[in-house]
Write a protein that binds this ligand. Structure first.
Ligand code: NZQ
Ligand code: ZN
Length: 392
């Protein structure tokens, strides 16, 4: 195993009606003037926005609002948010929504606190040394951004989607009421479950330093999400299933399922980020569309892990050769994705890249990872291109 630092400073408030504590939490972390940042309006339609602003009015906490964070959130809105915060002397950010609103808020926080061009951080030109404090009321279980150190932003010019991770990207608090996720479209629920599983699988399929305790946590998490994703497919208002998935989403990406490993593989995410940047697909669906092809491309280089996963997570019988068992595990995963309405190739995802676009994505992906990346198997630009081609 490898040494590790486990740092999860986010205060989690989990359960029914927990959003009622928003004012108390903002005060606890020193907020006096708040930017409420949100997405395309689901929080307005659900009534959450009104409930939150009523509480802030009553508690005499000043705020301004900025909506419009789209899935694959854009840099231009981040710039707008930075200017608004400076003009309004905002000292606390509150994101209402999912990964897109949270990530956009994280970027605004970096921009306000550090000065200069915030894209520098995503372009790997410099490191943040601070940020504005950020709290979250989560409305979709998916990215784990509420407890992760990362944010992902898309620059419109060149359609470049890039992630940036830093300890300053951790939220001060995350309010998680599973009931708030009940208004999600089925497709988004399934995308979220896929993303949650993928955050664990990215760490699981590695060739270095795996620990028994970490494996047990990861496998338990994967089995739980798999089971509850099917419950939610048939019964979207099931509170307990919503709660299981919501908490799994945070644990899948707060570092817990990577303790002791080499950091994981992460190439499915990197390959998806190019799809998200270019075609604006939902993140979870993009991951599902690429994973099977990636897995078949790399499994022989990480065979013990693929075999273990097949048996312990996908209930494949321990019979036949290791390769046969590993392949059955990959097939069972794709079958699961299909059962919750997720695509398993680019065609099913609804995108048909030209050869030029495939070359462009592979090139941008290679640049984004600094040349080559992966732990199950190290992938170079030609491997990335081969996976994109095979996933058509
Ligand atoms: O924008 P609104 O109107 O709020 O609608 C959203 C959006 O259309 C809707 N939605 C959310 N909660 C809802 C709801 N609709 C009805 N009822 C609710 N309760 O769902 C859609 C998706 O929301 P979004 O925030 O985009 O989803 P998600 O949480 O999956 O975030 C995706 C973004 O996060 C990035 C992805 O790449 C993508 O850009 N990621 C961030 C990570 C991180 N910061 O750690 C890690 C991930 O791997 C990922 O890359
Ligand atoms: Zn993800």
């Amino acid at each position: 195993m490898f040494d590790f630092t486990y740092f999860t400073p986010t205060k989690v408030i989990f359960g029914k009606d927990t959003e009622k504590r928003v004012a108390e939490l903002i005060r606890e972390f020193g907020g006096t003037k708040v930017l409420i940042h949100y997405g395309g309006g689901s929080v307005v339609r659900s009534g959450l926005m009104k409930r939150v602003t009523d509480i802030l009015d009553r508690e005499q906490i000043a705020y301004v609002t900025l909506g419009g964070a789209v899935p694959n959130p854009r840099l231009s809105l981040v710039y707008e948010g930075i200017e608004l915060c400076k003009k309004e002397k905002v000292d606390f950010l509150l994101a209402l929504g999912g990964g897109s609103a949270i990530d956009s808020a994280k970027a605004i926080g970096y921009g306000v606190a550090n000065g200069g061009d915030v894209w520098d951080f995503y372009d790997r030109k410099r490191q943040a040394t601070c940020s504005l404090p950020l709290g979250v009321i989560l409305t979709i279980a998916a990215t784990g951004s509420e407890m992760s150190d990362s944010s992902v932003i898309t620059k419109e010019e060149g359609l470049i989607k890039r992630g940036y991770s830093s300890q300053y990207g951790r939220c001060k608090f995350a309010i998680m009421n599973p009931e708030l996720t009940m208004t999600l479209p089925d497709y988004q629920t399934a995308c979220g479950c896929t993303d949650i599983m993928m955050h664990t699988m990215e760490r699981y399929f590695s060739n270095g330093g795996n620990m028994e305790i970490t494996d047990a946590l990861a496998e338990g998490l994967l089995r739980t999400v798999k089971k509850n994703a099917l419950i939610l497919r048939d019964d979207p208002k099931n509170y307990d299933a919503r709660a299981e998935v919501m908490w799994a989403g945070s644990l899948a990406h707060n570092g817990l399922t990577g303790c002791g490993s080499d950091g994981g593989d992460w190439m499915t995410h990197k390959l998806e980020h190019e799809l998200g940047g270019l075609y604006d697909v939902a993140h979870g669906a993009g991951l599902a569309a690429i994973w099977g092809t990636w897995a078949r491309y790399v499994y022989k280089d990480c065979l013990p892990r693929f075999k273990q996963y097949a048996i312990r997570v996908m209930d494949v019988a321990d019979e036949g050769s290791d390769e046969e068992i590993a392949l059955k595990g990959i097939e069972a995963t794709e079958e699961f994705y299909r059962s919750i309405g997720m695509p398993t190739n680019l065609r099913e995802l609804g995108v048909t890249p030209t050869e030029e676009e495939l070359l462009d994505m592979a090139k941008k992906c290679a640049i984004g990872v600094g040349g080559a990346k992966g732990s199950a198997k190290v992938l170079k630009e030609e491997d990335m291109l081969a996976i994109y081609r095979a996933s058509m």
